[in-house]
Design a protein around this ligand. Structure first.
Ligand SMILES: *Cc1c(COP(=O)(O)O)cnc(C)c1O
Length: 356
């Protein structure tokens, strides 16, 4: 079997052991004579999977008791509208726009109320995280995208807000320690750091679980899923099962604390190599660099295209940068092994020598 290094921004790599365990159980889940794909979501077996997934997320992220965790569908993008629909009371909210996903969330929210851009880094093509914010204390919430997948930036310090902080953590959930008590709402599509596509984790402080705006659809109302232990309708059972396996794997390998050390080490290797090179460049403000997504360019767009083509032939897949940025981007989520960084650096050295 030959496995490649997959630098895709998402869906991304999963640990081989997790895939193999799912494979072993695919046809006959623990002697019950059927696959999790075929199983009723009202069965005893599935109930155990759902509960274990939820409790492992709670344990790994150290989620306080006054927060609820739900598993929903629709990806991170559906939460762009769920956030205003659940949280708006005065009709006002503030958005810190640090990239494409924050901008999309802002544009979605405009439909439901008075949205204000409290800061933006679009003036420098989102290569930094703003440090000052024009926040309105009487707004219902303040919104951030904590790790900017496309541009390779992240908040290392959270903005201080008088109202609940809402954070999209789709591309950095479980990659570094987070103090959940600092947030009102956290959400993440699974396919970057925790499981296959199809499931989205939403963590909400209990006082923010209400009926929301009168127009809030039942399916987008967090309360609907909280009241039904995420079983209001048919959940993406197999994605949740795989996520549960991956959570078990993370717990068995030292949890978030250990994973953060590995992630800092991996990202450090790659950034150091790029910083010491006069061939490759990372344009992001150093203190705002993402641990998960590392964009870089070579001296010319032609060389970038050549790099991507040769990398792909050599088993370094999906390393093309997002169309908004160009160049390359290595997404190095939790499941990317250290060898995926050291081998990539060797490849980059060889490419540089051949094209200098
Ligand atoms: C990928 C991504 C999204 C979109 O997620 P979907 O699950 O595809 O809707 C939203 N926010 C961030 C930060 C992302 O990286």
């Amino acid at each position: 079997m030959s496995r490649v290094y997959n630098y895709s921004a998402g869906p991304s790599m999963l640990p081989l052991e997790v895939l193999e365990e799912a494979q072993r159980d695919l046809v006959d889940y623990q002697g019950c004579g059927m696959s999790v794909c075929e199983m009723s979501h009202r069965s005893k077996q599935y109930d155990a999977i759902n509960n274990e997934c939820l409790s492992l997320i709670r344990e790994l992220m150290n989620v306080p008791d006054n927060y609820s965790i739900i598993l929903v569908q629709g990806g991170g993008s559906t939460q762009f509208e769920a956030v205003p629909l659940n949280l708006l009371k005065t009709g006002k909210a503030d958005y810190i726009v640090t990239g494409n996903f924050a901008k999309k969330a802002y544009k979605e929210a405009i439909k439901y109320g008075d949205m204000h851009v409290a800061a933006s880094s679009e003036d420098k093509t989102f290569t930094y995280i703003p440090k000052t914010f024009d926040l309105r204390d009487d707004a219902d919430y303040t919104y951030i995208c904590q790790n900017n997948t496309i541009f390779g930036t992240r908040f290392t310090k959270l903005p201080e807000t008088k109202n609940p902080l809402v954070a999209d953590i789709s591309s950095n959930i479980l990659s570094e320690k987070m103090d959940v008590s600092k947030y009102g709402v956290l959400f993440a599509g699974a396919q970057k750091n925790i499981g296959p596509a199809g499931v989205t984790v939403v963590i909400v402080r209990n006082d923010l679980i209400t009926d929301g705006m009168p127009i809030c659809p039942t399916m987008l109302k967090w309360k609907t899923q909280v009241d039904n232990n995420s079983l209001y309708n048919t959940p993406p059972c197999f994605s949740i099962y795989m996520t549960m396996l991956n959570m078990r794997y993370l717990k068995a390998h030292g949890g978030v604390e250990e994973q953060q050390k590995i992630n800092e080490y991996k990202a450090g290797l790659l950034y150091d190599f790029i910083d010491n090179s006069d061939f490759y460049t990372n344009k992001v403000n150093k203190e705002d660099r993402s641990l998960m997504n590392v964009p870089f360019v070579s001296p010319t767009p032609e060389l970038d295209a050549e790099f991507i083509a040769q990398a792909s032939k050599s088993g370094f897949l999906s390393i093309k940068g997002h169309r908004l940025v160009g160049g390359m981007r290595a997404s190095i989520y939790n499941a990317m092994p250290v060898s995926g960084i050291t081998d990539l650096i060797e490849f980059m050295k060889k490419f540089e020598l051949a094209h200098k």
